[in-house]
Design a protein around this ligand. Structure first.
Ligand SMILES: C[S@@+](CC[C@H](N)C(=O)[O-])C[C@H]1O[C@@H](n2cnc3c(N)ncnc32)[C@H](O)[C@@H]1O
Length: 218
């Protein structure tokens, strides 16, 4: 139960999604068996859609894990997108590199080892799309850096913004998650500043927020 939408809706929508093949499917099975959190099926389809619409040349991802979403985004772009993905766990990086090698995507996907905030502080190239999927309790801290690194017409996609429903109601908040929830609410408030941004929050997967800079000055 995700506490994001009705179970029967979620179950039905998942049932419509065609299973991945080959290495991606193997990675899904590995992630499931080893409790590695990777994007949910519907989030994966959403990322594919965004890549097809936006056709980003450069993507920054926060949180590589075993490389599943990086590989998926790169394949969705027909290998046209270059991806820089940040990961702090050596074990995850080792597994991600093995998977990236299986698809011969070494020249397209670069893993940067480190804490997201430190890596963000030291980056200075521009990206067309930024996918936040690490350190839920720090999205509000990542935002100023992401805005600095984002092309004017770039898009920020943040996963897990409803965090099992806890962000939307105190009734679901677990005590030890209070700080994450408070900071996630701050992130959502920041990106919903309509004088600066156009944002939509989609109750899909664990909640996805999509943000662009507002062009209109009124
Ligand atoms: C949800 S998983 C990423 C899943 C991946 N995007 C996918 O769907 O295939 C989050 C990953 O971020 C890493 N991580 C968490 N907090 C981090 C931080 N503060 N800095 C760098 N990596 C972090 C974790 O080790 C984990 O592998």
């Amino acid at each position: 139960m995700s506490n994001i939408t009705y179970d029967y809706i979620e179950k039905y929508l998942k049932s419509l999604i065609v299973e991945e093949k080959d290495v991606l499917r193997e990675m899904e099975v590995f992630a499931h068996e080893n409790s590695v959190p990777i994007v949910q099926k519907e989030t994966a389809r959403f990322l594919e859609l965004m890549i097809n619409l936006k056709k980003p040349k450069k993507i920054l991802e926060l949180g590589a894990a075993i490389g599943y979403s990086s590989i998926l985004m790169c394949l969705s772009s027909n290998m046209q997108s270059e991806i820089v993905t940040v990961e702090r766990s050596e074990k995850m990086i080792e597994l991600a590199n093995e998977n990236i090698k299986k698809y011969n995507l070494e020249k397209k996907i670069e893993i940067v080892q480190g804490e997201c905030i430190e890596v963000l502080e030291n980056l200075d190239e521009k990206f067309d799309m930024i996918f936040m999927d690490a350190g839920k309790g720090h999205y509000n801290h990542y935002l100023p850096h992401c805005l600095r690194l984002l092309e004017d017409d770039g898009v920020i996609i943040a996963d897990n913004v409803l965090f099992k429903g806890m962000v939307a109601t105190d009734e679901l908040v677990k005590r030890r998650k209070i700080t994450i929830v408070k900071r996630m609410r701050k992130y959502l408030e920041d990106i919903n500043d309509s004088s600066k941004f156009v944002t939509t929050v989609i109750p899909m997967g664990d909640g996805i927020a999509v943000t662009m800079r507002r062009e209109r000055n009124d």
